[in-house]
Design a protein around this ligand. Structure first.
Ligand code: SAH
Ligand code: SF4
Ligand code: F3S
Length: 465
């Protein structure tokens, strides 16, 4: 077996990042190792996203670049997978004559076979079949990279919610949950390979297991919490309509569960939420937030918002702004509504002009920036446990004067998912704080991060939980 190289380019959400790792894991036994540029590669895989038009445009501009590489190296194999591949199928082959493989969201496990077929007998292959069972495969496991401490773990695939703006149910198929045994076994393997933090992934993790009659999501969290050697658990995404009291209670009783929830609201107007088919009102959303804060007062709450949904009036938009003020989110992702060909809202009347969507986007982002900074400032003086993810040579923290910038600094996240930078402490870090939980006293607040110093509880030692 000759050593070969694969370059994987990932666009889109954490699911795609996880799938790209599985793709790498599945190709490794064929001799492929991952490289960081397409120019070095024998095989290029593009993992695509169809959530908004812009994401889809990225696919075709990347493929345009690959055309040039294929002219220079006719043996280069190029494959396109993910959500655009699922949506467009064979028609991508027509648009990109130099493409060898189109594989859909349920074909990740079959990719090694497709690559083998192209290697041995050529041909232009398409596999966009949906399966009605979860595709598990021992060979397509994600392999953590050296030094990696955090990993995604998909617990379910697909979505049955059919929000009227969204393409996901059409490109990822029906909701299906993996068994708790599979999930726990994968997490145990990851922990054995050095992983300290897992993020459980699903489009709507709160409905985990319901269809299959498996345990519910709160029970799954308890099982994950019991995995020895794991430090932290995160999950995404939660749908407000399915978040149960039992799940909310987990934030007070599971010691490894991080104090952060991403709970997309999409709009502050109940009228718009109904047209989006979200199945909750503004009032129900606010009740869920209150319940979360009642069990875990310092829980960080982040969200997604779509501005310019068809028919969104000035009054609807004002309600979104007032909800953002009322909840005071820790962070927000804000998107301009984008027509998706399969989604019902594409046919709704009263589309907002692009300029109006852009204006609304800026207004929400401006409001949130002020709130985020206030929340960060409120943390100055507190001590936070930071799980260290990496280091950099000199600070990019703009507000620290150059003479105070240390030569080496570490960064990681708080339980509430905030990024913290802190200086190296010679003689204490033993060369590395990597992967350690370090108590950091917060000294400065910036809009996207915090700065602090490690706290020492006894001479020469840093307090590490
Ligand atoms: N399953 C998750 C989110 C998946 S997509 C959930 O239900 O929240 C991530 C985000 O993209 C969504 O929360 C939404 O805010 C945004 N989004 C989805 N479709 C969109 C569209 N057609 N136009 C603009 N934003 C969209
Ligand atoms: Fe899309 Fe709605 Fe499903 Fe989220 S819950 S993936 S927004 S259809
Ligand atoms: Fe994009 Fe597919 Fe994720 S459409 S957001 S990559 S599920």
């Amino acid at each position: 077996m000759f050593p070969k190289t694969v370059y994987i380019h990932t666009i889109g959400c954490q699911m795609n990042v996880y799938d790209s790792d599985r793709i790498a894991g599945g190709l490794a036994p064929m001799g492929y190792h991952r490289v960081s540029t397409p120019e070095q590669a024998d095989l290029v895989i593009l993992n695509t996203c169809a959530i908004r038009e812009k994401a889809e445009q990225k696919v075709f501009s990347f493929l345009g670049r690959m055309a040039g590489l294929k002219r220079q190296n006719p043996d280069l194999i190029i494959g396109v997978g993910g959500c655009v591949a699922q949506q467009e199928g064979r028609s991508i082959l027509d648009r990109a004559p130099y493409l060898d493989i189109v594989f859909g969201t349920h074909a990740v496990n079959r990719l090694p076979l497709l690559v083998r077929q192209v290697e041995t007998s050529g041909g232009r292959l398409v596999d966009v079949a949906f399966s009605d069972t979860i595709q598990e495969s021992a060979s397509c496991q994600s392999l953590p990279a050296a030094g990696q401490i955090s990993s995604f773990v998909t617990i379910m695939q697909g979505c049955d919610n059919y929000c009227t703006y969204c393409v996901v149910p059409y490109v990822r198929g029906r909701e299906m949950s993996r068994t708790p045994e599979r999930i726990i076994a994968e997490i145990q393997e990851l922990v054995a390979a050095g992983i300290l933090e897992v993020t459980l992934l699903g489009q709507n993790v709160n409905s985990y297991g319901k269809k299959e009659g498996l345990c519910d999501f709160a029970e799954l969290l308890k099982k994950v919490n019991a995995v020895d050697g794991l430090s932290r658990i995160r999950f995404t995404t939660s749908h407000p309509k399915d978040i149960s009291d039992k799940l909310i209670a987990c934030f007070s009783c599971l010691d490894k569960l991080c104090r952060h929830i991403h709970l997309p609201v999409q709009s502050g107007s109940s009228r718009v939420l109904q047209r989006m088919n979200r199945k909750y009102t503004r009032e129900i959303y606010l009740e869920k937030i209150a319940a979360l804060r009642a069990v875990c007062p310092d829980i960080a709450i982040t969200s997604d918002i779509i501005v310019g949904f068809p028919g969104e009036t000035d009054q609807d938009f004002e309600e979104t702004l007032s909800l953002v003020r009322e909840v005071a989110f820790d962070g927000l992702f804000v998107f301009m509504y984008s027509d998706r060909p399969n989604a019902p809202a594409a046919k709704f009347p009263d589309k907002a002009p692009e300029a109006e969507k852009a204006e609304r986007l800026q207004q929400v982002l401006g409001l949130q920036d002020t709130i985020t900074l206030q929340k960060h400032q409120a943390l100055v003086g507190t001590t936070q446990m930071v799980l260290v993810e990496g280091h950099s040579e000199r600070s990019s923290a703009a507000d620290i004067s150059p003479d105070k910038i240390p030569d080496m600094q570490w960064h990681g996240r708080t339980s509430t998912h905030k990024i913290v930078h802190f200086p190296d402490v010679k003689g204490v870090s033993d060369g590395s704080f990597m992967g350690r939980l370090v108590a950091v006293q917060i000294e400065r607040a910036f809009s996207h991060s915090l700065w602090g110093k490690p706290v020492f509880r006894e001479e020469g030692r840093c307090s590490i939980r």
